[in-house]
Design a protein. Structure first.
Lengths: 88, 496
């Protein structure tokens, strides 16, 4: 089983930091952005930015997958007894 | 034609059309358990996306998001906030779950625990937890369906016949077509629901205030406290927000039917791409909040906030449009209920009845039993929905907090080599006991924290302590011994 790369995990933590742990910083009405109170604007913004972060993580993961497939001669099956140790 | 008749005709056409597609999805497949519960692991990106979106956007979301915006105000932001974060978690764990699922031929969430921890009892306990947590959720869909049809037909059809007809159709297409039927019905339902939600989200604030921005400007003038946490509630503040968003997003895929949907995908990469796209689907959700907030100013003093969306649509638009909303809502409830039924039935037959009471049951017999249980569960949920009272919502909350307790077992199962069977079992039992006790005694939030979160903290601690003092039987999915697989019929065959 192949664990995700550290870089992509860090990318995944960005939305958590921005739209969950920091709630006290952004839960306010002003400044009003595009007619929305700031907290509404911020939460909706992260519905769009979270996929952007994930898209970057997807590129990292796909590249790693290609690289590991190249090493094992393009094996179609992800888990073969020989490559389990090297996956971590 | 009277408005009631017009609306009712529209609703019936939509619901019948959706159900027909569900029945037609069977085509000429032989329905073994693998095909029925996992669609033969053959769904591509689009169908997986629709299936998962169909599971998440339930009647409860449809009515509840606007309802919470109406009755509680800013705390409703958690509904919008946890969604993308749940997708982030899914991005990382679903491909791994899919991979072990394929390698060990899993069909249910309990199978995961069975294979990883090698305990029939733990698996049966997980299955039981799943079924118990799904029943109130199922009932909520039923009640939602009844409410939607009753309101949308101007009282022309009362909730009981609406629930009976809707659920007879659901049980029918689940029985015949299994999970593939559900995915196809989702297509109709999604097209309708998203376009309806986008339309009313913009149109309702525009109709009364001249735009969303102007609606908010009026809210800021008249009810500014409604727009920041804790809104119209005494105790839903920032600590509650963080703990609830954490439990809901990390626990997102702990619902047995979400977990099992993973296994329908053709490959793990589909699940990753699915997670990238999923938050975009939810962009319709904030629009439902705007409708609820408009209702705060236009229709103050409604007894039941969950009706605010339907009431304001009824006040604003002609009957045929109300019919479309009603049809979309009813279909939404049906799709969500279908998946829950299917999942509960499979769990019950495969992980409870067979291993504990009837070990000799064949794969085909298990499939037949699952399909029969669909009918039994439908009847049971119907009776409960007709005769039970307000405690429904609190039961649902117990369900949410209950399934979240599967987080340690799942994550440690994937990433840790130190978690033991007894550790996970003990942690799970502790977490459930605490979360259920707090929720049922009305102490959620507990000191400002989500009750499921409190249970989860204890759960992790107990899992860690008990694991430290017990022996590790299996360290990871890579070295599951053959005797565990033997308890999982079909598993060995897949390894050839």
């Amino acid at each position: 089983m192949k664990r995700p790369a550290t870089a992509s995990i860090l990318l995944g933590l960005i939305p958590f930091a921005a739209s969950c742990f920091t709630v006290s910083l952004w839960d306010r009405i002003y400044p009003i952005v595009f007619g929305l109170p700031f907290n509404f604007f911020w939460v909706i913004l992260w519905m769009i930015l979270a996929p952007v972060c994930l898209w970057c993580a997807l590129r990292i993961e796909s590249r790693r997958q290609l690289a590991s497939q190249g090493k094992t001669g393009g094996a179609a099956r992800a888990v073969l007894p020989g490559e389990q140790g090297g996956a971590d | 034609m009277s408005p009631s008749l017009i609306a009712l005709t529209t609703i019936s056409i939509i619901v019948l059309f959706g159900s027909l597609i569900g029945f037609a999805a069977r085509r000429r497949r032989q329905m073994d358990l693998e095909q029925w519960a996992c669609a033969g692991r053959g769904l591509g990106l689009v169908l997986v996306w629709l299936l998962m979106a169909g599971e998440m956007f339930t009647a409860y979301t449809f009515l509840g998001a606007s309802g919470w915006a109406y009755s509680r105000g800013a705390p409703v932001l958690y509904v919008v906030g946890y969604w993308p974060l749940g997708c982030v978690v899914g991005f990382f764990i679903l491909p791994l779950i899919w991979e072990v699922g394929r390698n060990h031929r899993m069909q249910t969430q309990a199978d995961f625990f069975q294979v990883r921890y090698g305990s029939k009892l733990l698996a049966a306990f997980v299955a039981l937890l799943g079924v118990v947590c799904l029943i109130p959720y199922l009932q909520l869909q039923l009640t939602g369906l009844g409410l939607i049809v009753e309101e949308a037909s101007y009282g022309g059809v009362t909730r009981t016949p609406a629930m009976v007809i809707g659920f007879a159709l659901v049980a029918g297409f689940v029985f015949v077509s299994g999970v593939r039927g559900v995915a196809w019905v989702s297509i109709v339902k999604d097209l309708l629901l998203i376009s309806a939600a986008v339309f009313i989200g913009f149109a309702v604030p525009h109709f009364y205030f001249g735009g969303i921005g102007k609606m908010f400007a009026a809210m800021v003038r008249q009810k500014p406290a409604h727009l920041v946490m804790p809104g119209n509630t005494p105790n839903l503040g920032h600590a509650w927000y963080i703990s609830t968003v954490l439990v809901s997003s990390v626990g997102f895929y702990m619902w047995p039917h979400f977990f099992a949907a993973t296994f329908t995908a053709k490959n793990g990469d589909i699940l990753r791409r699915n997670a990238v796209l999923m938050p975009l689907y939810a962009l319709a959700l904030p629009l439902m909040l705007f409708v609820g907030l408009t209702a705060v100013l236009v229709l103050p003093g409604l007894r039941d906030g969950d009706l605010s969306m339907l009431m304001i649509v009824r006040k604003t638009f002609p009957a045929w449009f109300l019919g479309i909303i009603g049809g979309a809502g009813a279909l939404t409830a049906m799709v969500a209920a279908a998946i829950q039924l299917l999942c509960a039935a499979t769990l019950y037959a495969k992980n409870l009845v067979r291993p504990i009471f009837a070990p000799r049951m064949s794969e085909q017999q298990t499939a037949t039993l699952s399909r029969l249980i669909v009918l039994v569960l439908t009847a049971g949920a119907l009776l409960l929905a007709m005769y039970s009272s307000v405690s429904l919502v609190s039961l649902y909350l117990v369900g949410v907090n209950g399934v979240a307790q599967l987080i340690p077992g799942t994550f440690l199962g994937l990433f840790s080599r130190r978690a033991t069977t007894s550790g996970v079992f003990a942690g799970l039992a502790t977490g459930i006991a605490i979360a259920a006790a707090l929720t049922l005694s009305g102490r959620d939030p507990y000191y400002g924290l989500n009750a499921g979160f409190v249970g989860l903290c204890f759960n992790f601690v107990v899992t860690a302590i008990v694991s430290a003092f017990t022996r590790v039987r299996v360290a990871s999915f890579d070295d599951v011994p053959a005797e565990f697989l033997a308890a999982q019929p079909g598993a060995l065959a897949s390894l050839d």
